[in-house]
Design a protein around this ligand. Sequence first.
Ligand code: GDP
Length: 297
Amino acid sequence: MFENLSERLGGVFDRLTKQGALSEEDVATALREVRVALLEADVSLPVARDFVKAVQEKATGQAVTKSVTPGQQVVKIVHDALIDVLKGEGEPGALKIDNPPAPILMVGLQGSGKTTTTAKLAKRLTDREGKRVLMASLDVNRPAAMEQLAILGTQIGVDTLPIVKGEDPVAIAKRAKTQAGLGGYDVYMLDTAGRLHIDQELIAQAAAVRDVANPRETLLVVDGLTGQDAVNVATEFDDKIGVSGVVLTRMDGDGRGGAALSMRAVTGKPIKFVGLGEKMDAIETFEPERIAGRILG
Ligand code: GDP
């Protein structure tokens, strides 16, 4: 197990309790521990470095409140700074789905949990907001992926666009739009093809679909356990396709959630949801407080 940051800092600051303010040297000592904690939580090195620097400037010279130890005070400063970075604009779980039928484009690499997340979100919109949702798979090269979405749809009671063999992704997107309009759906979700790596074809296809669908939301699904890779994937998808929000999956795993901090610091994109398991209701609104607590240990 990881050592709790508060405990670590408690030791560092024990000798300081009689001083009135946080000195530069003591803050620097404490922040070395913070940096280790961030790296252990899988935050990328440049992000950890920048973060520590910002906190250092904020903490140095700050008066130590009588009711807390200097260690606790630094933990609080670090915690608040983490929340600042993790928090995006707007409500984390809110999706722009006014003006029905609202298209939501789902993008991400194969295996990231894209299809599962599409179904989880569709279920959530149906159950919590009473929306009528239509899902369509655009992964024409992987019939099994198309089948998977249809099976999930049946399981959760959400409609999927019937599969027509030989249709290309743009044609499917157009059919989904027409069907969603005619059928009185509030939302239609387009589950684009995933590949193991980002390649030209994948991007060109997603861009073509984006151009016909004009999505209200483009949600990137990334595996939260992949750390820096998740951030690289997000940067590239955002550059090439444009992303309105991120869903971090596998946050039920052993990871400490550092990918969330790197994601926010590098891409600036809001993290809207986190995936917490394979079950259809294992998705939650992203909560900066919880992730901050997890990163600090
Ligand atoms: P896709 O290729 O991106 O569409 O990925 P899938 O949706 O098929 O998901 C790949 C695997 O990851 C499946 O076995 C899912 O059940 C699993 N999965 C998806 N999201 C999560 C999650 O948040 N936590 C866990 N533990 N597993 C997940």
